[in-house]
Design a binder for this molecule. Structure first.
Ligand SMILES: Cc1ncc(COP(=O)(O)O)c(C=O)c1O
Length: 483
């Protein structure tokens, strides 16, 4: 099988077919799905907050009953839960720092979980690469998402008088919008003219078809310098056709970057094979590395090369905003003030990374590396497909007024990740949220009436999805009655 065909098949892997047989709506069916789940043991690797702990006015005490009374946590699209590993990694880091001081930078230890401080970034990129479908040299674990987008645009957005526009979604995450807007201003362009916003045709169903995106690219090809899109749209959960859109951008001589905040650790990305120019993501959502933790970026190998033979030439490496940590490791401590980057994404680093943060990322990536994104994606397709089936089909005889919501996420499983976004009828959101909270369900909302529900395949179960659907449908009914 050709690798292209293989990739297409992977991307369009299909969920279990769920039947309308009444037995499929019973809890026992969900239990049977859990029992057959090849990834079920991974749940034990994570700390799921208990219902009681969520309500406490103080922090969790030693006698927390997280194992016996877990909440239904379907919010990995916002903040992933804590891997049990994290504490061990961070304690080890604290012990290394406390007992070795500055020598911890260079001296390896027999019982280390990570190499000495100066090498932790390399260890992290090695574990990150398979998660996003990249070569190790194409990935750097560094910075934060918005800052990384700026660093990448500093390198990849090189406008001229003729070609200066940036194409992005009209409903891009605000930080991406601001980043693009400020990049344009930074280069003395007017964002009103320079930002090409792709707007959904139907605000009720704000999906952007690949054809529409391609049309916008075609319409602006001669004046566009860069495209920045999200791999998975934060609001609708739509998963864009990265491979096709990237190829189309390249056919028009336009560079393209992807914000993978909602895709990394969620879907089976193939950033290298899809020829993506650059990408950036945060690690605190599906990658469970803690709020605001250190982020990740990708630079395709063709953009990361360094020609050591011509150190003084403009052509030696791709221009970028530089710092010492991106410099050649061999000469980093020579302090010679002659910047020659490391080849690859590592050459885009600026500062020595927070080792504390890297430990949190590695604690999670280590779990991901015990399986594959292909397997994780397959479970995700099944789990989210099950959630959709229960929400839309159950109970079989439900009158329409019992379903006061619409699904705004694409119904094609290949066009979405774990998340389903549900738009409630006006005036129901607060009541529904209240009832979900009372029943120990954690999801998130986007006002005025959308909730986002994301079963994370490494720690969520089919029974949780079943329970959620029961609670949610009951909450909808009550909210309608109280309206
Ligand atoms: C799609 C997307 N882009 C950008 C950001 C901003 O991330 P950060 O605050 O880590 O820069 C977020 C945060 O949730 C996001 O979801």
């Amino acid at each position: 099988m050709g690798s292209r065909q293989h990739l297409r098949e992977l991307k369009s892997g299909s969920p279990l077919p769920y039947t309308d047989d009444i037995r499929a709506y019973k809890r026992e069916y969900a239990e049977a799905l859990d029992a057959q789940d090849p990834l079920r043991s991974f749940r034990e690797e994570f700390i799921i907050p208990s219902k009681e702990d969520l309500k406490r006015k103080t922090l969790v005490s030693e006698d927390s009953n997280e194992a016996s009374d877990p909440c239904i946590y379907l919010c990995g699209n916002s903040l992933g839960v804590q891997p049990r590993n994290t504490q061990r990694y961070i304690e080890q880091y604290l012990r290394t720092w406390a007992t070795k001081g500055v020598t911890g930078h260079f001296v390896p230890h027999d019982d280390q979980l990570l190499p000495p401080f100066v090498d932790v970034d390399t260890a992290a990129s090695k574990l990150m690469a398979p998660v996003v479908g990249a070569l190790q040299s194409e990935v750097a674990v560094m910075g934060t998402l918005t800052a990384n987008l700026h660093f990448l645009m500093a390198s990849f957005y090189r406008p001229t008088k003729e070609k200066y526009k940036i194409i992005l979604e009209g409903k891009a995450f605000p930080s991406d919008h601001y980043a693009v807007e400020s990049q344009l201003r930074h280069h003395n362009f007017n964002p009103k003219d320079g930002m090409v916003l792709i707007e959904p045709k139907d605000l009720e169903q704000p999906i952007l078809s690949t054809e529409q995106i391609i049309q916008v690219i075609d319409d602006n090809a001669s004046s566009t310098a860069l495209i920045l899109l999200s791999a998975i749209q934060f609001y609708t959960g739509q998963y864009f056709d990265i491979e096709r859109i990237t190829a189309h951008a390249h056919s028009k001589n336009i560079l393209i970057g992807w914000d993978c905040a909602h895709a990394a650790g969620n879907v089976d990305l193939r950033l290298h094979d899809w020829n993506v120019d650059f990408a950036a993501w945060c690690n605190y959502k599906y990658l469970n590395s803690g709020p605001g933790g250190i982020a990740g970026l990708f630079v395709h190998e063709r953009h990361g090369s360094v020609d050591e033979k011509q150190p003084d030439s403009e052509e030696t490496f791709r221009p970028r905003l530089s710092g010492w940590w991106g410099g050649d490791i061999k000469t980093r401590f020579d302090m010679a003030n002659q910047f020659l980057p490391q080849p690859g994404a590592a050459g885009f680093q600026l500062s020595n990374p927070s080792v504390l943060d890297i430990n949190a990322v590695v604690a999670s990536l280590e779990i991901f590396n015990r399986t594959t994104m292909k397997e994780i994606r397959q479970k995700s397709l099944n789990l989210t497909g099950y959630l959709e089936h229960l929400l839309l089909k159950y109970p079989l005889d439900a009158p329409p007024e019992d379903k006061p919501f619409t699904l705004i996420t694409p119904s094609n499983p290949a066009e979405r990740g774990a998340q389903l976004s549900l738009r409630l009828q006006p005036g129901l959101l607060d009541h529904v949220l209240h009832l979900l909270e009372e029943n120990g369900v954690v999801i998130d909302e986007r006002k005025p009436d959308v909730i986002r529900v994301a079963p994370a395949p490494l720690y969520n179960t089919y029974v949780e999805v079943w329970e959620f659907s029961q609670i949610f449908l009951r909450a909808c009914k009550e909210a309608v009655k109280a309206r």
